[in-house]
Design a binder for this molecule. Structure first.
Ligand SMILES: O=C(O)CCC(=O)C(=O)O
Ligand SMILES: [Fe+2]
Length: 200
């Protein structure tokens, strides 16, 4: 397990997809500034999901922003995108320049501590651009992020540092699941932004 591979040219997946870890792309001071701004200015809401027919309200908070009031449906619940904030537009610009990709929406997650995580899933909702890049920016507590191949069950993990950028693209979502495992080692909050392309 290579937790510190920060060569954006190198693919951390062995096959069937492409994931590039850029390491920190925002300075420590700016990362702290954005963490504070996002914590205050984002319209955070508890996530609702219908799992095995039961409505679950997660401890993790989420928000959904975009170029237009796109509807985004996941786990059978729908949210309408809010207009970009100043900070989100600045961050979108940073990662568009770094990656050469464009994004029109962003799903944000607030994990209050290591007790909160996200279960194995792939981001393949029907309105997401097929094989479109997803740019993931992390602030606050550092957390491990893992991939698992759907057929071979092989896993790959990476440590998401504060201010870091991870990009998933190509056939990654078709062949790999990913998750943010809960951990007892972290008791501070983390904010994650995943910039995406919606094709309504
Ligand atoms: O928190 C993370 O790093 C990942 C979040 C994620 O996978 C998602 O929002 O789809
Ligand atoms: Fe995801």
């Amino acid at each position: 397990m290579d937790l510190f591979n920060t060569d954006p040219e190198s693919n951390i997946l062995p096959f069937d997809g492409e994931v590039n870890y850029y390491g920190p792309v925002i300075t420590i001071d700016k990362a702290q500034y954005y963490f504070d701004q996002l914590l205050q200015n984002i319209q955070w809401e508890n996530d609702k999901a219908i799992i095995f027919g039961k409505l679950i309200i997660t401890k993790r908070k989420v928000a959904w922003y975009g170029n237009q009031p796109f509807n985004y449906t996941y786990s059978k619940t729908t949210k309408s995108a809010l207009p970009w904030t100043k900070e989100l537009l600045e961050l979108k610009d940073v990662i568009e320049k770094k990656t050469g990709e464009t994004f029109n929406s962003c799903l944000l997650n607030l994990y209050h501590s290591g007790n909160e995580g996200m279960a194995w899933h792939s981001d393949s909702e029907k309105d997401l651009k097929t094989n479109g890049a997803i740019g993931s920016l992390s602030f606050g507590a550092e957390r491990k992020f893992s991939f698992k191949h759907k057929a071979t069950k092989q896993t790959v993990s990476v440590l998401l540092e504060k201010g870091s950028l991870l990009v998933m693209k190509g056939t990654t979502q078709t062949h790999w699941l990913h998750r943010l495992p809960p951990t007892k080692k972290v008791n501070r909050p983390r904010i994650n932004l995943t910039f995406r392309t919606i094709e309504p």
